[in-house]
Design a protein around this ligand. Structure first.
Ligand SMILES: [Ca+2]
Ligand SMILES: [Ca+2]
Ligand SMILES: [Ca+2]
Ligand SMILES: [Ca+2]
Length: 249
């Protein structure tokens, strides 16, 4: 249990100027983004709800991952306040992209979201972590509250040894598991079935050779889900036992 603390009412009353927390932010063009954020964060037009004139309002475009200032262009994931949460995701999670700690509990918005604490509440509200795997495009998503925070290429099972589809969970973890069947190491192992299926880093032969780097993004395994060096450790450190693993095709 980590320490949580509430700013005292006295502190708020004495130190913060009234305007900082009492006045609602002005939204001149009523597109759902306050003027201040349009000006300093999203670089959109304060007086136009649809800055790039493509028929979709600035906020809707940003939430869906599209640039509000250029037609048919994916948004660039910038982090204006450097709190670890991209500007777009600040809108998705309902936090302030100009404030590194929106709820004032001492933890940055980005830290809270990635570790699945609510960035808008000082209480012990947890968000749901989920690993989602799409076998059709051979990618794994790291999700919090259903929102994709990161996505990595994988190698799932070959057609004759397919990765099972369905809803599973992380059953157990081992930093460096040994496969007796294949005589190789599987770093950052996270089992999701009792039949030997797991998520792991590219397998490593006893001589140190790591297999299948060039195959990431297409099927190559005996049913396991392989991740590259870097993402495998990141997902291992992030997902506790019990994390849902949703595998779709
Ligand atoms: Ca606006
Ligand atoms: Ca638009
Ligand atoms: Ca940010
Ligand atoms: Ca916070």
């Amino acid at each position: 249990m980590r320490l949580r603390f509430l700013p005292s009412a006295l502190f708020i009353a004495l130190v913060l100027p009234a305007a900082a927390w009492a006045a609602p932010l002005t939204d001149s063009d009523l597109d759902g983004i306050p003027d201040e954020w349009e000006l300093h964060v999203f670089k959109t037009d304060l007086a136009l709800a649809d800055t790039d004139g493509d028929g979709k309002n600035d906020r809707q475009e940003i939430l869906a991952g599209w640039s509000p200032v250029a037609k048919n262009t994916k948004i660039k994931d910038e982090d204006s306040d450097k709190d670890g949460l991209a500007d777009r995701l600040e809108l998705v999670f309902g936090v302030d992209p100009t404030n590194i700690d929106t709820d004032g509990d001492g933890y940055k918005d980005g830290e809270e979201v990635v570790s699945a604490w609510s960035p808008t509440s000082t209480g012990d509200i947890r968000l749901q972590k989920t690993i989602r795997i799409d076998l059709s495009d051979q990618r794994m998503e790291k999700r919090v509250a259903g929102v994709v925070l990161a996505s990595y290429p994988i190698s799932g099972g070959l057609p004759k040894t397919p990765t099972p589809v369905g809803t599973f969970k992380v059953i157990n973890k081992h930093p460096r598991a040994w496969s007796r069947s294949f005589g190789l190491w599987m770093p950052y192992w996270m089992a999701f079935t009792y039949r030997g299926h797991g998520i792991h880093e590219l397998p490593e032969w006893p001589g140190g050779y790591k297999e299948g780097k060039n195959h990431l993004g297409r099927p190559a395994s005996h049913g396991c889900v392989r991740l590259g060096v870097g993402p495998a450790k990141e997902m291992y450190d992030w997902a506790p036992v019990g994390t849902p693993v949703i595998i779709e095709r």
